[in-house]
Design a binder for this molecule. Structure first.
Ligand code: RB5
Length: 148
């Protein structure tokens, strides 16, 4: 699969950890920045990374900021994006299996690199279960369309 990574300065410490983990699992990675430890706005990078998913240049996204919160709040404003802010592996798995999350958000000031790798592994290997969960995800899409 193809992954896009986006981060702000607060997320920089986990970028290489995520990139190396994904590559070791055989995935392709695009990194859209930020590339240096200079203060930037997380929403700019959430938008940039999510656009790669909407343009079908990436299948899934990983967004990292200090807490994962700013990234997830921003990403979830974008139609077609389902972003899950996660700090342990079980929720990472469920975000794919039940919610069909297409973006994983993490906080580099919240979790360490080993937890991060476990989260990334679960997110990357878990498939959406469909069935009753599809109906629920469809209802999320309906909220986006104001049809609910
Ligand atoms: C940046 O200082 C920090 O606010 C940001 O990385 C993130 O934690 C926001 O949600």
């Amino acid at each position: 699969m193809k992954f896009v990574i986006g981060n702000d300065h607060g997320g920089l410490d986990l970028v290489e950890v995520v990139k190396e983990e994904l590559e070791s699992l055989g995935h392709e990675v695009i990194h859209v920045g930020a590339y240096e430890n200079k203060s930037v706005d997380y929403s700019d990078f959430a938008k940039k990374a999510c656009q790669e998913i909407l343009d079908k240049n990436a299948d899934l996204g990983i967004l990292i900021c200090g807490t994962g919160l700013g990234m997830s709040i921003s990403a979830n404003k974008i139609k077609g994006i389902r972003a899950a802010c996660v700090s342990e592996a079980f929720s990472a798995r469920m975000s794919r299996a039940h919610n069909n999350a297409n973006v994983l958000c993490m906080g580099a000031r919240v979790i360490g690199s080993e937890t991060c790798k476990m989260i990334v592994d679960e997110f990357a290997k878990t498939e959406f279960e469909g069935g009753r969960h599809q109906r629920r995800v469809d209802k999320i899409s309906a909220i986006e369309e104001n049809l609910n």
